[in-house]
Design a binder for this molecule. Structure first.
Ligand code: DMJ
Length: 455
């Protein structure tokens, strides 16, 4: 599947950000400013891990000769960070190629002006040109809260503490600010440092902020106690306020608007099964079973959202009201754009429990992807998971190559491929090494032990 997706990208969209598999051309979009080749950067580590080494070499050569970091244009700080910074860091740590290190440090430096706000909370959009100008508007929790892993590694690689300082400053503000019921709302003013409205979600707008708290702890070799405490406090508030059980017995994460629950769960929120699973060992010992059960229940609910559709792929959002149980009730929520989150949770839950159902569920997803999303020249999202007459959206998202296919590969691999004691995945599934004290002197040491990489 990876080779097919990659070959078609290479044939029809080489150097563009994404493949349009129906019209057989490339897509540039507006998330990355003047940056190009998002699918190449997002694929480097997947190709390498899968042993598709000719393809990896092509990707590397493109980075060497064509990745232009001098381009300007307005870009999403979050998207550039998780895909480009994450992808290049991961490629460096897996392969030891200096080229990736040079490129990622050049790019990292260009992101720093985004933090020039009265609070140091970055705005969402940055101009990659020489002014570093960033747009107005409030900042989004999942965006400014999803920088920590990559920025710690930028400091590790450059020897410059500035990156870590920037993200620690965000953490300090979040720690200090009053939280309604202990919850973190999704919007914050980078000027005043106050919440802008009280919408809380473990799905879109909030999601990877929570993920990066527990992963910051794990990536620090379990030294970053602050991150762990913030994670567990947030999870307790989520459990008391957002976690619900449907009449049919499905556990889900509702959204919260100033105290009123919206009984909806987004596909994006389905990463939380895996997150709660990987954190289960780190909390109070008497709660380990509880968190593993919660992780399994949420993952089961997400599987139900797939199983209750005609295509066996899940909708963008599903509801638990007006008689609905894990199904989309609005036409506008019925699409599936090759997202990874449900498969991501299957992968983590498989590794944590070895319950064969997670591989069975992953295989169901493979079959559904092959049946409904594979088209002549790549993979495409579909507009309605509830109908068998597929209507394709003509987009092969770069996260399909970096995340969906990588997590599927890991689901069916031995446990010693990228084991959690050594690697933490960023939110775009780019593996970053756990930072050990010895790595501080030689950041690349300990990261490229190939025996840990391949089973
Ligand atoms: C990816 O870019 C990342 O997983 C992000 O955290 C959320 N959205 C997409 C995939 O759905």
């Amino acid at each position: 599947m990876m080779k097919f997706a990659w070959d078609n990208y290479k044939q029809y969209a080489w150097g563009k950000n994404e493949l349009r598999p129906l019209t057989k051309n490339g897509h540039i979009g507006n998330m990355f400013g003047g940056l190009r080749g998002a699918s190449i950067i997002d694929s480097l580590d997947t190709l390498y891990i899968m042993g598709l080494l000719d393809e990896y070499e092509d990707a590397k050569e493109w980075v060497r000769s064509d990745l232009d970091l001098t381009s300007n244009g307005e870009a999403s700080l979050f998207e550039v960070n998780i895909r480009y910074v994450g992808g290049l860091l991961s490629a460096y740590y897996l392969t030891g190629e200096e080229l990736f290190k040079t490129k990622v440090l050049e790019l990292g430096a260009k992101l720093l002006p985004a933090f020039n706000t009265p609070t140091g909370i970055p705005r969402g959009v940055i101009n990659l040109g020489s002014w570093g100008w960033a747009s107005a508007g409030s900042s989004i929790l999942a965006e400014f809260g999803t920088l920590h892993l990559e920025f710690v590694h930028l400091s590790e690689l450059s020897g410059d503490p500035v990156y870590t300082e920037k993200v620690m400053n965000i953490r300090k503000l979040l720690n200090k600010i009053e939280k309604p019921q202990g919850l973190y709302p999704n919007f914050l003013s980078p000027v005043s440092g106050n919440w802008v409205q009280h919408h809380v979600s473990i799905g879109g707008l909030g999601d990877s902020f929570y993920e990066y708290l527990i992963k910051s702890y794990l990536m620090s070799d379990k030294m970053d106690e602050d991150a762990k405490n913030m994670y567990y406090n947030a999870l307790e508030a989520i459990e008391s306020n957002l976690v619900q059980k449907s009449p049919g017995g499905l556990t889900y994460m509702a959204e919260w608007r100033g105290g009123i629950l919206d009984h909806k769960m987004g596909h994006l929120a389905c990463f939380s099964g895996g997150m709660i699973g990987i954190g289960a060992d780190e909390g109070a010992p008497d709660k380990r079973r509880h968190y593993l059960d919660l992780a399994a229940e949420v993952t089961r609910t997400c599987h139900e959202s797939y199983d209750r559709s005609a295509t066996k792929l899940g909708p963008e959002a599903f509801r638990f009201d007006s008689g609905a149980e894990a199904t989309a009730t609005r036409l506008s929520d019925r699409y599936y754009i090759l997202r990874p989150e449900v498969i991501e949770s299957y992968m983590y839950m498989w590794r944590l429990t070895h319950d064969p159902k997670y591989r069975e569920w992953g295989w169901e997803a493979v079959e559904a992807l092959e049946r409904h999303c594979r088209v002549e020249s790549g993979f495409s999202g579909i507009r309605d998971v509830y109908t068998l007459t597929d209507s394709h959206d003509n987009m092969q998202q770069s996260f399909f190559l970096s995340e969906t296919l990588k997590y599927l590969y890991l689901l069916f691999s031995d446990d010693d491929l990228l084991p959690p004691e050594d690697w933490v995945f960023n939110t775009e599934a780019h593996p970053l090494p756990v930072v050990r004290r010895s790595c501080l002197q030689d950041p690349s040491a300990g990261a490229q032990d190939k025996s840990k990489l391949s089973a």
